[in-house]
Design a protein around this ligand. Structure first.
Ligand code: UTP
Length: 296
């Protein structure tokens, strides 16, 4: 059966990085488990994969990050304790991550880059298309980005990326795509990819965000990809190699809500934003308004 007849059912979450921007806390706590009040970032990401129909989830982990896998495990001891105290809501909360997806894990011994981390999924994924969700950002489920990307990939059999407009002066922080229109305002053909270009070299201000749907045929290409930008094996480089050899590459332009938790300022913004939306944190919004007024 060819890739064009299948829709991805597996998701890979690369979460083996060293998270240097969050040191020292990430010596002991994986960035992907940083709390958004009472729920870790990673649970939002697994929710996003499962909601799109990819409930077979492979976590790419590393030394000292086993707690990411434990988080999705059953805790009969804690359940019994909570049951004795009559804390039914808490029981539901701890069981939610267990029920989301079938969680698998594989190691990336050394953080050699995102492309290398994705390559670690080869044996688990095989020849099938699969979704990649970076372990430090998530999208609002209501915007249904990933299902749209998975549907498109099943039609083209190629690579489907998620793109977002960024301010021109910020292009050097991201992978940037050059694109051509398709007739659908939200879907573009990707004609080139470049990792962290200078402002002058950037072909557009459309940045790749951390969602990809890829064919299984990317694995041998990743194996053959040499270290690129930052000395890391870059997923962008492998995708661009495939594009240059004729694999169709499309971008879905995402105009919805994306939450970044990859670096401290963005993490803090996400945390505060989610807190303002919660109804069970009495007084928080009033405090925030008052506190903001004290800032100049
Ligand atoms: P980042 O570059 O944002 O994460 O990669 P990082 O390298 O851990 O953080 P900094 O840059 O040092 O602060 C995005 C995602 O890809 C994973 C990370 O864990 C993160 O979820 N990743 C990155 C890997 O799994 N392996 C790698 O070799 C690199």
């Amino acid at each position: 059966m060819s890739d064009t007849l299948r829709r991805a059912t597996k998701a890979v979450i690369p979460a083996a990085g060293n998270a240097t921007r969050f040191l020292p806390v990430t010596k002991a706590v994986p960035k992907e488990l940083l709390p958004l009040i009472d729920k870790p970032v990673l649970e939002y990401i697994v929710e996003e994969a499962a909601a799109a129909g990819a409930d077979d989830v492979l976590l790419v982990t590393a030394r000292g990050k086993d707690t990411m896998v434990d988080y999705f495990d059953a805790r009969p001891d804690l359940e019994a304790f909570l049951a004795e105290k009559g804390k039914d809501a808490a029981i539901e909360a701890i069981k939610a991550p267990e029920r989301l997806a079938e969680i698998h894990a594989i190691r990336q011994g050394t953080a050699l880059g995102l492309g290398h981390a994705v390559g670690r999924a080869a044996a688990h994924v095989g020849d099938e298309p699969f979704a990649v969700l970076l372990g430090d950002e998530f999208c609002d489920l209501g915007d249904a980005l990933l299902p749209r990307m998975m549907d498109l990939q099943a039609e083209t059999g190629g690579i489907v990326l998620a793109l977002m407009e960024v301010p021109k002066e910020d292009v050097a922080r991201w992978g940037i795509a050059s694109v051509a229109p398709t007739g659908d305002a939200d879907i573009v053909e990707v004609t080139g990819l470049v990792e962290k270009p200078s402002v002058d070299e950037a072909p557009s201000n459309l940045s790749l965000i951390g969602r990809y749907v890829l064919p299984g045929s990317i694995f041998p290409v990743l194996d053959a990809t040499e270290p690129g930008s930052g000395g890391e094996i870059q997923l962008t480089d492998a995708m661009d190699t495939m594009r240059a050899k004729g694999t169709p590459v499309h971008g879905v332009i995402f105009r919805g809500k994306r939450y970044d938790t990859g670096q401290p300022t963005a993490y803090l913004q996400t945390l505060v934003e989610l807190a303002t939306e919660r109804e069970d944190l009495p007084g928080f919004n009033a405090w925030l308004r008052e506190f903001s007024a004290t800032l100049d």
